[in-house]
Design a binder for this molecule. Structure first.
Ligand code: AMP
Length: 545
């Protein structure tokens, strides 16, 4: 760690909220712009590191005054609005375990996460209140719902954030926070069981800071735009922590994808470093180049991508249209920071994720724990112990332990390493679906489908898609007396969207007489996938079909 751009934790203070705000003010950045925020409806605000320090201090005081103490869980369930940022940092200052949720989550998805974590509070907005109230009775630990957009308190436990903030002091002495204190909680989907909460600790800031420097190539005078939602680990590790831990100005946009708007943002704010995702880049690729021709992106210096495989065609498009390389980076909720990556100084091999970051030991390992040779396919593994490694699946120690085998952390991805040490992604070793960079649990969707009248069985798979990497496809078997029709299909779509999320809603449904299962009743998604793709399903002798 010789790079002078790194900001190490000082005097044993690892608190992420403190490092991203107070420490930056102490470094002389109090008047520097921390964030240009452009809302979904064009509203524009700006805040300095001084503002961020004061507002996060207020929020820390708010949660303390409500009786939250270190280790209590608070979730932020909001779209990208400016309140997210000081609240997230303020909650961390108060040493709360701070979770973020995608704003498109439905009731069941919320119930699973809030219930599993034993959340004490949720920060949200009025329009999401209905969803929460419908599951409230099943959340005995939930003491407070705090609304960002209510001018007054609605009830003793449904409170107005503006009213609370108005009364709170802008001074907060962040308690000394050792590296191991828990910090951020992100729920992630597996292929079996409910989603699990990957719990991080304040130590993670060390690696988020280092990768922001070495991979995103951020320098103090950069203008950085990370398009990821804060519901996703990229949105917190790099949409908040990494860049602010080094005092870099960020742009945040609360609106949806819009090609012209995105280019306008890049130009208008003079974005120098841009971190986005392959699906977004593929969507841009489909646009008429005339859409971009009128924008001057002369300031854009470095572009990175994360979340799904970055196809070589996207890299060629970037070179042609943006005049820049696009650097693929690989990491996951559990790793907390970028692990395998292309980066300045390393020649890009289009289609490869690059090489492990210095200090990160990766390997391709067989199922029985043998480290495989170059070009052999196997499980992508990491040697445990890096600074931003998750410390548990909250309340599921057994599942956590299962992720570590033969001295390796098993990422759940498969791939190979070539003779020059570059890593190539092949797929997942489980059935988790990656659609537009979001992991979708087939189990969650299958369970929700069974709640709809007339559905006897369900099986859900991901199938290749040119734009989204994978599409969600649902197979259903109907109960006797029910018929497949467009009304039922619409009902299923709405149900999944309301219960799970819009992202998880299947793009396609297929009806079968029964869903292939093995003798112990496990849905054989492998067989469904082979059938869908018109391929041989392999050995089906153990199937009950
Ligand atoms: P999440 O935990 O939701 O961030 O998803 C992490 C998963 O997304 C990884 O385990 C991979 O399957 C996939 N992923 C992330 N980055 C990349 C990448 N650069 N190339 C291929 N897959 C990726």
């Amino acid at each position: 760690m010789t790079n002078e751009r790194l900001i190490p934790a000082q005097n044993g203070q690892f608190n992420i909220g403190h490092i991203c705000t107070r420490l930056q003010c102490d470094r002389g950045f109090a008047g520097k712009t921390a964030m240009h925020f452009l809302g979904a409806h064009g509203e524009r605000t700006e805040c300095t590191f001084g503002d961020l320090e004061r507002e996060s201090a207020r929020f820390a005081n708010v949660v303390r005054s409500l009786g939250f103490s270190a280790g209590d869980v608070l979730f932020i369930f909001l779209p990208k609005v400016s309140e997210v940022f000081p609240s997230f940092l303020g909650a961390l200052k108060a040493q709360l375990i701070t979770g973020t949720l995608f704003s498109n989550f439905g009731e069941e998805a919320l119930l699973d996460r809030l219930g599993d974590a034993g959340a004490k509070g949720v920060l949200t907005r009025k329009s999401y209140l209905k969803k929460l109230l419908r599951i409230r009775e099943r959340l005995p630990s939930l003491k407070f719902i705090i609304l960002t957009d209510a001018a007054e308190h609605q009830a003793a436990d449904i409170l107005s954030l503006p009213a609370l903030m108005q009364q709170a002091s802008t001074e907060f002495e962040t308690p000394l926070t050792p590296a191991e204190v828990p910090s951020v909680l992100h729920y992630t989907s597996g292929s079996t069981g409910k989603p699990k909460g990957a719990l991080h600790r304040h130590r993670s800031v060390l690696l988020q800071n280092r990768t922001a420097t070495e991979v995103l190539d951020l320098r103090p005078d950069d203008i950085f735009w990370c398009t990821a939602d804060h519901g996703w680990v990229t949105g917190t590790s790099y949409g908040i922590i990494g860049p602010w831990s080094m005092g870099v100005t960020q742009v945040h946009f609360g609106g949806a994808y819009d090609a012209a708007k995105w280019f306008e943002i890049l130009e208008q704010f003079g974005v120098t470093v841009w971190y986005t995702a392959p699906t977004a880049l593929r969507m841009l690729m489909r646009e008429d180049p005339a859409t971009f021709a009128r924008f001057n992106l002369g300031k854009l210096r470095h572009i990175c991508s994360v979340g799904e495989p970055l196809n070589p065609e996207v890299i060629s498009w970037g070179r042609k249209v943006l005049g820049k390389d696009i650097y693929d980076t690989w990491f996951q909720t559990e790793t907390g920071a970028i692990m395998i990556t292309n980066r300045p100084g390393l020649t890009i091999k289009p289609g490869s994720m690059g090489k492990p970051l210095s200090g990160i030991e990766a390997a391709i390992v067989s199922d029985d724990g043998k480290v495989l040779s170059d070009n052999e396919q196997g499980n992508l593994c990491l040697r445990p112990g890096w600074d931003s490694m998750f410390v548990s699946y909250f309340h599921h120690e057994d599942v956590y332990r299962q992720k570590f085998k033969h001295g390796w952390y098993m990422t759940g991805d498969t791939g190979y390493r070539d003779s020059e040490g570059y890593y190539w992604f092949m797929g997942r070793s489980d059935d988790v679906i990656n659609t537009a960079g979001h992991l979708v649990s087939p189990f969650e969707v299958e369970s929700a489908l069974l709640e709809v009248e007339g559905i006897a069985e369900s099986g859900v798979i991901g199938v290749p898609d040119e734009l989204l990497w994978e599409n969600v496809v649902a197979f259903v078997a109907l109960r006797k007396g029910y018929e497949w029709n467009s009304g039922l299909e619409l009902k299923l779509r709405l149900h999944i969207s309301n219960r799970v999320s819009t992202t998880a809603t299947p793009q396609e449904f297929r009806v079968l007489d029964n869903i292939p299962k093995n003798k112990s009743g496990k849905i054989m998604r492998r067989v469904l996938k082979a059938r869908y793709l018109g391929k041989d399903a392999g050995d089906v002798s153990t199937l009950d079909i």
